[in-house]
Ligand binder design. Structure first.
Ligand code: GLU
Length: 423
């Protein structure tokens, strides 16, 4: 990929989305041309095609990736996604967003991401373990506690992290817990990690609501994506007095204007595989759910859900991005014109990587914290970053996403200028 590839075609490809966002924010900064291009391009990329022995004795081939976007601030950090639609361009975008996410909240990390094009629900537990161990081995040249530390993302779990940690440790000859985060607590995971992303989303809603004078008691909330992020955010907002009126997963959505009980909906999903069919709720499609009138909208599923086409029809007072990249640049422009505040992904969902950082630090020191300490430190870091981003956006008179990116890009660029270009 050359610097020419930085020219943006009008397609909603995640990598093009990430570049458009980067270019818009970078235009406010006095970056030299070469530094601009260096920050835009991924540092290194690995694609692996690998075989997995299936339960019936056949062999299936899978394709995976690991991309390190930037290593200026420290080792790279970022999750691993298992989803049939994973592509190199998606992983590139997610890796770049990790660089800005870590930078904007002040973590000593660069950004990375990994992914395998697979539907994990179509595999048996043994097949999932074999796939994970083989993928971990294939990307082990890119991964280490000092160099690149994976974590869960869409379609991966603490158990998947445990298999990666075990595989890496077997090759090293000793236990190496800090090679991944998001592990089960029993093998060196951190209290509060599973809930951390959703907790950060709740904190973002809470801080934004104060600033836009939106009372949260009985505020109506719509959640697209009832996975790890959406469920926890819904439960914590419910505790703050919000009314969760609609939620969805890959099979569709449910709606009840009087309010859904988030814990009961989760139990229903665990028992039946979906939120759909929850007693007392009406059905709504994933697309229609986004357009329901509400106070707070939490797109917490996938990229590219809110586009230039549907953005004019949204009826919400605040959007907080639980997912990475759910709003396209065209939709961002529409929402800005309509003065709908958007708390951007790199800030709103940074709770996960913040507590991943705590898990990594605890593992390296072999000194573990209480859940209360984890949650307090998460709140301190996220709330501080939130208000700094808000101030920057006001100072530059730009959207919050641009404000967040200005802060993040500045932090990485400053470190790069100080370190210098080798040789
Ligand atoms: N996959 C998560 C994210 O997108 C967490 C990454 C991490 O903890 O390293 O932020």
């Amino acid at each position: 990929m050359s610097a020419q590839a930085l020219v943006i075609a009008p397609r909603e490809d995640p990598w093009e989305m990430a570049l458009r966002q980067f270019n818009e924010a970078a235009d406010y900064l006095p970056l030299k041309r070469g530094i601009h291009d260096y920050l835009a391009l991924p540092k290194r990329e690995l694609t692996v095609n690998f075989p997995v022995k299936m339960d019936d004795g056949s062999v299936s081939l899978f394709t995976g990736h690991r991309v390190h976007h930037n290593t200026v601030l420290g080792p790279t950090k970022g999750g691993i996604r298992y989803h049939p639609d994973v592509t190199l361009n998606e992983v590139r975008a997610l890796a770049m967003w990790m660089t800005w996410k870590c930078a904007v909240v002040g973590l000593p990390y660069g950004g990375a991401k990994g992914g395998v094009a697979v539907d994990p629900k179509s595999l048996s537990r043994d097949e999932l373990e074999h796939l994970t161990r083989r993928y971990a081995t294939e990307i082990s040249i890119m991964m280490s506690p000092e160099g690149d530390i994976p974590a869960p993302d869409v379609g991966t779990t603490p158990q998947v992290m445990a298999w990666i940690m075990d595989t890496y440790s077997m090759h090293r000859g000793y236990s190496t817990p800090s090679v991944v985060t998001g592990k089960p607590v029993e093998i060196g995971g951190s209290f509060g990690r599973v809930e951390a992303t959703g907790r950060g989303v709740m904190l973002s809603v809470r801080e934004a609501a104060k600033l836009i004078s939106l009372p949260l008691s009985d505020a109506t909330v719509v959640v697209q994506g009832y996975g790890n992020v959406g469920t926890v955010a819904a439960e914590l907002l419910h505790e703050l007095g919000c009314r969760i009126i609609a939620v969805s997963d890959s099979r569709g959505g449910i709606h009840n204007p009087k309010g859904l009980h988030p814990g009961e909906v989760l139990k229903h999903k665990q028992a039946t595989g979906s939120v759909v069919g929850f007693p007392g709720s009406g059905r709504v499609t994933n697309a229609a759910l986004l357009e329901l009138p509400c106070d707070v909208l939490l797109p917490s599923a996938f990229e590219g859900q809110i586009t230039g086409e549907n953005a004019p029809r949204l009826k919400t007072k605040l959007i907080v991005e639980g997912a990475n990249g759910p709003i396209t640049p065209d939709a961002d422009a529409v929402l800005a014109e309509r003065r709908t505040p958007v708390i951007p992904d790199i800030l709103a969902n940074a709770g996960g990587v913040i507590v991943s950082y705590f898990e990594w630090v605890q593992g390296l020191q072999q000194f573990f914290w209480t859940e209360e300490e984890v949650n307090q430190n998460l709140e301190r870091i996220l709330v501080r970053a939130f208000h700094k981003v808000w101030q920057t956006a006001e100072e530059y008179k730009v959207r919050l996403r641009v404000g967040a990116l200005i802060r993040a890009i500045t932090r990485v660029a400053d470190a790069l200028y100080i370190r210098g270009i080798y040789p």
